[in-house]
Design a protein around this ligand. Structure first.
Ligand code: NAD
Length: 522
């Protein structure tokens, strides 16, 4: 790639357009300075991408999965060699601290490596029990959907683009991706790397531009949508997919809870909670915005947690000595301010933070911890998506679980306990797509072999693991019949068939079936 920050305008050439388009200027949230420009795409550009993708999809799907995965492995290798350039780009375009950029970079490398290695296994046809034992040989094949649309947000501009595209491509689909307008350069840099790795040009295309302009036209071109973003947009898109009868996965927002149980290892819980609340300046879908602490450890936890939050370093620098970068834009800053102001006006108390830090940059907000947050406050139930967290004292596990579950969302949760068995037992009672025990979010998120996703207002579908790649496929059942029909044979009367089959079906589903299964090695 060798994209240094002063060569960013080159990246615009990777986007699919059918004519010259006005520039969509990309500025850095660090300082408001212009980084580059990409084409402000139109529905015609999406249509062109659709035509090209449709043509490319069948050829790509015909490649053996191992050959597709070899391209992905080369792409993963390029990610590895381009670490510093990619981190610089993510830092400049999104503003996030380098340590947060590193986290998503590592995830992208991990996911590309995982699917390069395991996609053949996850996509291999599976034998299933046939209609008639030994006579019906049944297999399920995972066929690509065709053309997959991916819409990504700004908060993880590297790994969400890379990891979803890799899974869809490994499954044999062509991909048309629309990145957020605030972070299109990172997406285009990844596309360039994928092409350098040997990915045929039309198999993966990016159309840049406004979601409201490109969203519906994109749905007209694709067989499946993978959307990551806000719950509000997710609902609109899921409805539009429903009308077209195309499948969609939607990874949406969260109002995630962290539980500190009475037996929690306190210092580890404090360290983990600070990371989970403030990483990526709180602009993380799996980030923690509510912390429920058992009364026996509440005071000690509160003191240590506030001290650690207060010590976090805000900054614009590109080094690992910065903990928090700015918020992404003015609207996000205002939302964070409004949530804190509303809570304070209604009686909540700020233990640390609460202030805009325009002495550092235009979009900085301090890591903020509040107590006394009640249900009447926006902060209690709405996703803030910033460096703001509320602490609550609870009497016991039951109260912690009930309050954690009292939300429309269900993406991520965390439980801290001195006993994994205790932590797991509490986890099982939480309504959440993922639960970390003695970790904030990274244990679930980093378990690339296991599904990640939400319930309720946090979305539909899963990424990662076998479930994540199979989302981009249609299971196709092929059942081959030997010797005699699976239905009534012509030489048996219907009456006899009815008697024989009723007995056979009963036998099959009780002990006989198990026995036969063992004999057949199934
Ligand atoms: P958003 O919904 O405003 O935008 C996300 C993407 O959708 C952008 O690319 C945008 O251009 C596009 N878009 C907007 N309106 C559209 C429309 N009508 N049709 C088609 N596309 C449209 O979300 P955001 O505020 O930018 O992102 C933050 C949200 O994303 C938060 O709620 C966060 O929790 C969520 N998120 C979820 C996950 C997850 O895995 N669950 C991961 C990251 C972010």
């Amino acid at each position: 790639m060798t994209t240094t920050l002063d060569q960013l305008s080159d990246l615009a050439a990777e986007a699919t357009v059918c004519a010259e388009r006005p520039p969509l200027v990309v500025t850095s949230p660090l300082n408001g300075l212009t980084l580059g420009a990409v084409p402000a795409g139109t529905p015609d550009d999406v249509a062109l991408a659709g035509e090209r993708a449709r043509r490319a999809a069948s050829q790509w799907a015909a490649w053996p999965v191992q050959r597709r995965c070899a391209v992905i492995a080369r792409y993963r290798d390029l990610l590895v060699t381009q670490r510093e350039e990619l981190l610089d780009l993510v830092h400049a375009e999104n503003g996030k601290a380098r340590v947060a950029a590193l986290e998503e970079y590592l995830d992208a490398v991990l996911t590309a490596g995982y699917y390069a290695k395991f996609a053949p296994r996850h996509l291999a046809p599976q034998r299933r029990r046939g209609a008639l034992p030994t006579l019906t040989s049944t297999r399920v094949a995972y066929q690509p959907k065709g053309v997959v649309g991916i819409i990504t947000p700004w908060n993880y501009p590297l790994t969400l683009v890379s990891s979803d595209a890799v899974a869809a491509l490994a499954a044999g689909n062509a991909v048309i991706l629309k990145p957020d307008s605030q972070t299109p350069l990172t997406a285009l840099a990844l596309l360039r790397l994928a092409r350098q790795a040997g990915l045929p040009r039309d198999v993966f295309q990016i159309v840049t531009g406004a979601g409201a302009t490109l969203g519906e036209p994109l749905l007209d071109q694709v067989d499946h949508l993978m959307f990551t973003g806000s719950t509000a947009t997710g609902r609109v898109l899921a409805e539009q997919c429903g009308r077209r009868l195309i499948s969609c996965a939607a990874e949406l927002g969260g109002k995630n809870a962290l539980l500190v149980l009475a037996d929690a290892p306190l210092q580890r819980a404090v360290d983990g909670a600070v990371q989970a609340c403030f990483s990526n300046t709180g602009q993380i879908c799996a980030g923690i915005e509510r912390v429920y602490v058992h009364k026996d450890v509440y005071d000690a936890f509160k003191v240590a947690f506030v001290a650690k939050a207060k010590a976090l370093r805000l900054g614009t620098g590109p080094g690992y000595d910065v903990d928090l970068g700015p918020l992404i834009n003015q609207a996000q800053l205002e939302k964070v301010q409004a949530h804190v102001a509303d809570a304070v006006a209604k009686g909540a108390k700020v233990l640390t933070g609460g202030e805009v830090r325009d002495d550092i940059g235009p979009l900085f907000f301090e890591p903020t911890v509040l107590v006394g947050v009640t249900d009447q406050m926006k902060l209690a139930r709405e996703e803030t998506f910033g460096p703001v967290v509320a602490l609550y004292q609870v009497a016991d596990d039951a109260e912690a679980i009930a309050r954690a579950n009292d939300t429309d969302y269900g993406l991520n949760a965390a439980v801290w306990s001195g006993s994994l068995a205790h932590g797991r037992a509490v986890a099982a009672r939480l309504r959440s797509g993922g639960v970390n025990v003695n970790e904030g979010y990274a244990a679930v998120w980093g378990s690339t072999d296991a599904p990640f996703g939400g319930v309720g207002a946090s979305g539909l579908g899963r990424r990662h693991g076998p479930e994540g790649i199979r989302e981009y496929t249609e299971p196709q059942t092929v059942a081959a019949q030997r010797l005699m029909p699976a239905g009534q044979p012509p030489w048996l009367s219907r009456e006899t068939y009815a008697v024989v089959m009723t007995a056979a079906v009963h036998w099959l589903h009780v002990t006989g079936g198990q026995l036969l299964g063992k004999v057949m090695g199934r």
